[in-house]
Design a protein around this ligand. Structure first.
Ligand SMILES: Cc1cc2nc3c(=O)[nH]c(=O)nc-3n(C[C@H](O)[C@H](O)[C@H](O)COP(=O)(O)O)c2cc1C
Ligand SMILES: [Fe+2]
Ligand SMILES: [Fe+2]
Length: 404
């Protein structure tokens, strides 16, 4: 691919990580993820965020840079919005090609730059409102956006074009191939990137939702003509769409989620599994959309996105060694880490002698601000009465969700 012109003197370039790789070493991706960089050229040349040093990706990156044309030694400034290695692991090699490079980064970022790359020279620390004039009318303004999702993160805004370079904020999974802008996508592709934005959000950003709201507030008076994140497409036709989506995703943490239910179930020998269908029918009978996942079969990255968006969660798990079935305990631990808060929840499950799953679940979910309705728990095989109670309780949860 060649670099793509976005405005006069402003280009997008980038690489894709493939779908067989796990992002951050743990998150599966249905169609990979792009790592976007941007070049802003006036009299001086700046690059905003670099790339990951994996496989032949740096070579691809250099080829794209050359298509502008820019050689590594032509770059005057490197703007580091975020130090995570998906954007910086190639930085030391790039620096060796261009030892005169000047860095612009937040104070917290400078310490991380030193720790990861051993770089201390030519480092300019910037704060919210600081500017960098590149000449020819192009000027960058910096905005500290802490905890999105590292403490050192910032946004860069180019005044003449109105482009907000927002790094991971407003990003999504999904590879970029022939087109980079929202207005070049079919409605199906558009829907895909929105779904991938939600999953990226739930996996990477969700735990920092309060900072999303703050950052949106910080840039709300800017005339934003394009949102150019470090992952996913550039939002040119409707930059508000992704800002509003992120604002909505942040709200999900406060209980303002969609009227949908995510069923997450697990079972060793099928006694809990036999009740899933009654639960699902109970929800569907109320006309509430339902999404079904099984652990450990489905990856928690997908489950998180569904649970994040849903107002209601139904959890099916048997008792295992006096406690919860372990894959479910792991899932709920992740929900705690990622702040899947303020949900309406129903639990069901079988036990063999004295149970224990419920007790552990109550403890594990104490901090999640979940509102429970009475669980459906039984000994051994589920009988007709259990199945009937399951669909009644699922319907009751669905009605609560519709009525909220
Ligand atoms: C390894 C193992 C540990 C178990 N530990 C407990 C337990 O501590 N307390 C209990 O009441 N039942 C325990 N059980 C019994 C299961 O909870 C019971 O068989 C239940 O019906 C399993 O549901 P499932 O068919 O959905 O897997 C255990 C079963 C297994 C296989
Ligand atoms: Fe990141
Ligand atoms: Fe990133």
């Amino acid at each position: 691919m060649k670099a793509t012109a976005m405005a006069e003197g402003i280009y997008r370039l980038g690489i894709n990580l493939e779908s067989d790789q796990l992002f951050e070493g743990m998150w599966p991706m249905t169609d990979g993820i792009s790592i976007n960089s941007y070049v802003v050229q006036g009299d001086k040349t700046a690059i905003i965020d670099l790339t990951e040093d994996v496989d032949d990706k740096p070579l691809q990156f250099e080829r794209e840079l050359a298509s502008i044309p820019v050689q590594p030694e032509d770059v005057d400034y490197l703007i580091i919005n975020h130090m995570e290695p998906d954007h910086t692991s190639w930085l030391p090699a790039f620096h060796r090609k261009n030892p005169d490079l000047q860095f612009f980064i937040t104070a917290k970022g400078a310490a991380v730059l030193k720790a990861f790359c051993g770089i201390e020279k030519n480092v300019h620390i910037v704060k919210t409102g600081d500017t960098l004039d590149l000449g020819k009318g192009r000027e960058l303004v910096f905005y500290e956006a802490p905890n999105l999702h590292w403490p050192e993160t910032m946004f860069s805004y180019e005044k003449s074009s109105g482009i907000l370079f927002s790094c991971d904020a407003f990003g999504s999974y999904g590879s970029i191939t022939d087109v980079i802008f929202d207005d070049q996508l079919s409605s199906e592709q558009h829907g895909f990137f929105m779904e991938e934005a939600l999953r990226y959000y739930a996996n990477i950003i969700g735990g920092f939702s309060m900072f999303v709201t703050k950052a949106i507030e910080l840039v709300k008076d800017l005339d934003i003509k394009m949102v150019a994140p470090s992952h996913g497409i550039v939002w040119r036709e409707n930059p508000k769409a992704i800002i509003e989506a992120y604002s909505r995703f942040a709200g999900y943490m406060n209980g303002l989620a969609e009227p949908e239910i995510t069923v997450i179930w697990s079972s060793m020998y099928g006694n809990t599994g036999q009740v899933v269908n009654s639960m699902v029918q109970g929800v569907r009978g109320e006309g509430v959309p339902v999404h079904i996942y099984r652990v450990p079969h489905d990856h928690v990255g997908f489950i998180l996105a569904s649970a994040w968006k849903s107002s209601g969660i139904i959890l099916g798990m048997p008792t295992y060694e006096y406690r919860m079935f372990p894959p479910m305990a792991w899932t709920l631990d992740m929900f705690g880490r990622k702040k899947v808060w303020n949900k309406k929840v129903l639990r069901f499950g079988s036990f063999g002698w004295s149970g224990g799953a419920q007790r552990e679940m109550d403890t594990l979910t104490e901090k999640l601000k979940w509102e429970f309705i009475d669980p459906v728990e039984w000994q051994g095989r589920p009988d007709d009465e259990v199945l009937a109670r399951a669909s009644q309780q699922a319907a009751a949860l669905a009605r609560q969700i519709k009525g909220q």
